[in-house]
Write a protein that binds this ligand. Structure first.
Ligand SMILES: C[S@@+](CC[C@H](N)C(=O)[O-])C[C@H]1O[C@@H](n2cnc3c(N)ncnc32)[C@H](O)[C@@H]1O
Length: 245
């Protein structure tokens, strides 16, 4: 899958993906990540990409024409690619979005800087995404976070097939607690059930702990999580045991 990032700072983009799991996916050609300098589509000797706000005010606003030319080019290079604007005013990015976006032919991320974009840039993109209710200096970190979340869902990226399936949010709940050796540390023991070798019991314990953890930390997720009758029964028991959760 091809990830193109339109930015004023292309050098920021590639090095975070040079190591570890995503680095290997790049090496193997499963994913391709490119930073494109918006200035390459700007006109004139000074290749200006921003200007002062109409109506006055502080800061600079990113101009529409270089972005329009760049997007026309990038759409032509990867037909069917989806163009995403990074903006705190967009839809909050979730794991469901990562999963849906992992089925696209390619993704183009448009990164703002300064005071943000000329409003007309919004008409040139397919979606607007925010990382959360806070303001970053630029869209590059948001794009890189989204690329990481999408890329790890692609076939052939994670070493252990299926290991993304149990992650928090992938089935609507938080993940169960994980342990590794030693069995005891500072008086804290790994739960006996995980050492029992009884796979049925382990699966039941993990499901109950997923429900417990979600109830304690993110109860709103339970409203939309797909729960079966056995889940609902466990949840009722947990709610009775901790009525304030
Ligand atoms: C300083 S911000 C501009 C914020 C803009 N003045 C506003 O209030 O909506 C510069 C750029 O950083 C990026 N950015 C900032 N916060 C973001 C967030 N929470 N999610 C995604 N992108 C963000 C966007 O690309 C934005 O255009």
């Amino acid at each position: 899958m091809k990830f193109d990032v339109l930015t004023l700072f292309p050098a920021m983009i590639e090095s975070p993906f040079a190591d570890s799991i995503l680095g290997k996916a790049v090496e193997r050609g499963v994913i391709e990540i490119r930073g494109h300098n918006l200035r390459d589509w700007a006109e004139g000797r000074h290749q200006v990409t921003d200007d002062t706000p109409c109506g006055g005010g502080d800061g600079m606003v990113m101009k529409v024409e270089p972005v329009a030319r760049a997007l026309a080019d990038l759409r032509q290079r990867t037909p069917g690619t989806r163009v995403l604007l990074m903006t705190p005013q967009g839809k909050r990015f979730t794991q469901n979005d990562a999963s849906a976006l992992s089925r696209e032919a390619g993704l183009v991320f448009v990164c703002g800087r300064y005071e943000g974009f000329d409003e007309r840039i919004r008409t040139l993109v397919d979606d607007e995404y925010s990382l959360g209710d806070f303001i970053l200096t630029g869209g590059e970190l948001a794009a890189m976070v989204m690329i990481d979340a999408v890329a790890r869902l692609l076939d052939g990226v994670l070493g252990c097939a299926g290991s993304a399936l149990g992650d928090s949010f992938s089935d609507g709940l938080l993940e169960y607690p994980q342990y590794t050796r030693p069995v005891e540390f500072a008086g804290m023991r790994v739960p006996d059930v995980l050492l029992s070798g009884n796979h049925g019991e382990i699966a039941r314990w993990r499901r109950r702990e997923q429900l417990r953890r979600t109830l304690e930390r993110r109860p709103e997720l339970l409203e939309s999580a797909p729960l079966c009758a056995a889940d609902r029964k466990m949840l009722e028991e947990l709610q009775k045991a901790a009525p304030d959760a």
